[in-house]
Design a protein around this ligand. Structure first.
Ligand code: HEC
Length: 117
C-alpha cells in the first residue's frame, strides 16, 4: 500500500507541474495576442517581456485605482488599455493569463510607453 501511494504521489507531482507549465505557455501567448483587445495592441506592447508587472502582489494600483486581485487588475488593462472585453474570472483564458502574469517579477521598463492607458 505504501508503495502504491508513493507511486501516486510520484505521478501527480510532475503532472501538476506540467499542467501549470502549459498554462504559463498559453498565458504567454495571450500576453502577446493582439486579439484580446480591439486597438491592435497586446499586453506586451506596454509591458515588454512583462516589465512593469509584479504578479505576486495582493493588491494593485493602476492609474490611481486600487484592485484587490490580479484578475481585476488584468481586466482593467484589457478594458482600458486594449479596449477589449473583460475576461470571466473562471475562464481558461483568464486562468492562463494570470498564471503567466504571476511568474512576472516587476522588472523595470526599459522605456516608457504609456500611451492610451
Ligand atoms: C496601453 C498600455 C498598456 C497595455 C496595452 C496593458 N497595460 Fe497593464 N499597465 C499599464 C499601465 C500604465 C499600468 C500602471 C502601472 C505602471 O505604470 O507600470 C499597468 C499596470 C498593470 C498591472 C499592475 C502591475 C503592478 O505590478 O502593479 C498589471 C497586472 C497589468 N498592467 C497587466 C496587464 C495585462 C495582463 C495586459 C494585457 C491584457 C496589460 N496590462 C496591457 C499599461 C498597459
Amino acid at each position: 500500500m505504501k508503495g502504491f501511494s508513493l507511486l501516486i504521489v510520484l505521478l501527480i507531482i510532475p503532472l501538476s507541474f506540467s499542467l501549470t507549465f502549459a498554462g504559463v505557455l498559453d498565458g504567454k501567448k495571450l500576453f502577446n495576442d493582439t486579439t484580446l483587445g480591439t486597438n491592435g495592441k497586446s499586453c506586451n506592447s506596454c509591458h515588454p517581456d512583462g516589465s512593469g508587472i509584479n504578479g505576486k502582489k495582493s493588491s494593485y494600483t493602476i492609474m490611481g485605482r486600487k484592485f484587490g486581485s490580479l484578475e481585476d487588475a488584468i481586466n482593467f488593462c484589457i478594458k482600458m488599455a486594449l479596449k477589449g472585453k473583460e475576461l470571466k474570472k473562471d475562464s481558461k483564458k483568464m486562468k492562463d493569463l494570470s498564471t503567466y502574469v504571476k511568474t512576472l517579477t516587476g522588472k523595470k521598463r526599459k522605456r516608457k510607453i504609456i500611451k492610451g492607458c
